[in-house]
Design a protein around this ligand. Structure first.
Ligand code: AMP
Length: 275
């Protein structure tokens, strides 16, 4: 990968990069399509990054199908699929980690200790290897977006971070590789998460600015579905991820994590979205 990216730089090719953990779905493909439309060369990485799993069982059961993924990516005219072995990313004796203070500790970081240290570290290694002009990320992982933007700014990466909207199943459930782990029944029921977020957005549009009240609206709507077990619901600033009491003019997220069975799902919507 190093020598390919060096060659591409010498040839002045713009590289669009889509980092993934595989088990690809339309959410990933939307990033690939955008990368294809805006760059000479498209590189997609597939690496299930152990450093971002705090639960061994979660890592083991994470869906993997490299052959099917590579076949799908060929349809999208991807130039390179970068699927490194564990030791290429983490050589023997690996001991250097990237840690984004504050942003990595709340929400998903609180629920999954060490998760964002793993994310920030692997993103740093991948960006440093591929050296893309643009890297594409999904808004579905809103905290990951805030962290990747902060780390690329702080560490002086030239790569532009492009963030694209959440792609959803017909029911409204945010697409995720983890959805394959849901029972058919729960997969339908999990659409309640988006419905709840939409209720809050409607209330916001009608003038509700009190974050606690918005949280309550989401909570009550999700509670109508007995199969759901809420992990957290929070109203936070989109960039700093700090909790907000009263929604002002800044871009603001309502973020949700909820369990259906033992599958943990996350979703969010943006209030005050700036174009
Ligand atoms: P993952 O393979 O889950 O690590 O995701 C790889 C990239 O795809 C990340 O930038 C995710 O935010 C993005 N992604 C995952 N699901 C979706 C979705 N439903 N819509 C848009 N982007 C997504």
């Amino acid at each position: 990968m190093f020598s390919i990216s060096r060659k591409l730089r010498r040839e002045n090719k713009t590289v669009g990069f889509v980092p993934t953990m595989g088990a690809l779905h339309e959410g990933h493909f939307s990033l690939v399509r955008e990368a294809r439309a805006s760059n000479d060369i498209v590189i997609v990485s597939i690496f299930v990054n152990p450093a971002q799993f705090n639960d061994e069982r979660d890592l083991e059961k994470y869906p993997r199908d490299l052959t099917a993924d590579a076949a799908r990516l060929a349809e999208f005219d991807v130039d390179y699929v970068y699927a490194p072995e564990h030791d290429e990313i983490y050589p023997n004796g690996f001991s250097t980690y990237v840690y984004v203070e504050d942003l990595g500790e709340t929400l998903e970081g609180a629920a999954r200790p060490g998760h964002f240290r793993g994310v920030a570290t692997v993103v740093t290694i991948l960006l440093n290897t591929v050296r893309p002009a643009c890297a594409y990320f999904g808004q579905k992982d809103a905290q990951q977006v805030a962290i990747v933007k902060r780390l690329t700014r702080d560490l002086g990466f030239e790569t532009e971070i492009v963030v694209l909207p959440t792609i959803r199943e017909e029911s409204g459930l945010a697409m995720s590789s983890r959805n394959a782990l849901l029972s058919d029944d729960d997969r339908q029921k999990a659409a309640v998460i988006l419905h709840a977020l939409r209720d809050a957005k409607v209330a916001f549009k009608k003038g509700e600015r009190n974050a606690l009240r918005l949280v309550e609206i989401v909570q009550q709507a999700i509670a109508t579905e007995p199969a759901a077990r809420i992990d957290y619901i929070s109203v936070v600033d989109r960039e700093t991820l700090q909790p907000i009491e009263k929604v002002g003019d800044n871009e603001t997220l309502i973020v949700v994590a909820a369990f259906f069975g033992d599958v943990r799902l996350i979703d969010n919507i943006i209030l005050n979205r700036k174009q």
